[in-house]
Design a protein around this ligand. Sequence first.
Ligand code: TYD
Length: 206
Amino acid sequence: MKGKFITFEGTEGSGKTSVIKEVKKHYELQGYAVMVTREPGGISISEKIRDILLNKENTEMDPRTEALLFAAARRQHLVEKIKPALDKGMIVLCDRFVDSSLVYQGYARNIGIDKVYDINYFAIEDALPDLTIFVDVRPEVGLKRVFQTPNREVNRLDLENMDFHKLIYRGYLELAKKYDRIKKVNGEQKIEEVAKEAINLIDKIL
Ligand code: TYD
């Protein structure tokens, strides 16, 4: 039996990581085998690529280089970790996937959603998510959360300005309109409520 591939997307501080934890707990209690992962998934090749991507010193990085590196890291994570779990029939919950590239590199960095889709299609072939949950939190609310979290590591991409974050948010809204597989949940509620909305959506595809 083939499993279900569910991805979570959102702006910085949207709380998607906490939502994923709640969702995992819920389905494990129901007896499902669940794997949580996030790009780059602990895959050695992908981790090395990520180090280059998030290094604050790499200020000269060209947007297309960035897009290609994210796609390369994604490919390796997919074949080494995600596909084997799906083949075993597991529910795979993945924190960010192809839509992050479509929004950050395609929309916000202005390469174009379709161009970034093309290189990602090369990377993932037909392995699109069965469902993508967009945790909808307005950018000002999300960023406030980010900077109020103690000891949170601030990476190269967090340091972009407020306009960039607003652009990301708009990009996600646009993508949600474009692709039927992307569903929105209201991320400005208590975490249990957000998780409940996500679970209702997942139940429909199980
Ligand atoms: P991460 O620490 O995973 O952030 P978060 O907790 O918000 O998921 O950092 C990943 C950063 O990389 C984040 O700013 C989004 C960005 N990103 C892209 O620009 N393109 C991509 O394809 C992916 C997966 C992430």
